[in-house]
Design a binder for this molecule. Sequence first.
Ligand code: ZN
Length: 326
Amino acid sequence: MRNGHPEAGVDYPRTYADLLAWFPDDEACLEYLGRLRWPGGFACPRCHAHAFWRTGGGQRMCRACGRRTSVTAGTIFHRTRTPLATWFAAVWFVTSQKGGVSALGLQRVLGFGSYETAWAWLHKLRRAMVRPGRDLLGGPGVVVELDETFIGGVSRGGYGASTDKACVMLAVEKNGRKIGRMRAAVALRPGSKEILEFAQQVIAPGSEVHTDGAQMFRRLTGLGYTHERTVGMRTADKESLLPGLHMVASLLKRWTIGTLHYGISVEHLPYYLDEYTFRFNRRDSRSRGLLFYRLLQQAVATDPHPLKELTWQPPQALAAEGEGDP
Ligand SMILES: [Zn+2]
């Protein structure tokens, strides 16, 4: 770690060969996860003491009060029967593919027996891509563009259900001509005040927010934002109106078509949006290893979600999905 920035070859593996050498077994993986989980050193959740004994299986026992804490408790790795090194390989694979991976691609690379397992892993990792308590968009000198957009090819559930468009709320930072970070969420009630709730969840109070001037956005001022609405523009000019947002919307649409290959069901759309956001906001990361580090760092701060909590739907066009695998 140099000035708070993780370093390649020190804090995270530089190459796949590094990965294999660093993480030969569960013990090495647990040690690494422990470092990510307690960057300032271990502290007992009960008495806050720092001294501990390792008691095997990633357990740490507080020397002061005897409380046992598991390195993986509350994370997606908790009570997994798969060796952690396999999880690490999955994280490496997911973060090293620029456009993302399909469950079939993951199944092939890791040699999983079932597609269902690979699918469940991908969804767990997607959940880990959202950092709890992450930073809000906006702030001094940064404009945030806010609008809804429609993503096609989303199925409303069920086998062979007709595909439809889903409404996605987008917030995109614009710093001069440069596009910054983004946030996205599914709109359950398009055109409603829901987008104002979204704005409050993702945009820092006091920020300058640009919209197309639709009626509902007038309330932004009352919510503590500087709202600039572009009145009198025709709908056809929307692209020049919110250039950052429309660029991101079109990239997102292209990604859902190019990477996912088959219809996304609307209940899973939030996970795909999380993955897209994770990749987009780290698009300038020069090192793939840094993405690996960030994803694991976020994973140790995520709740466990057993497969049964994720709605399993049989993939609708498996054969077609295989075409674009890396
Ligand atoms: Zn203690």
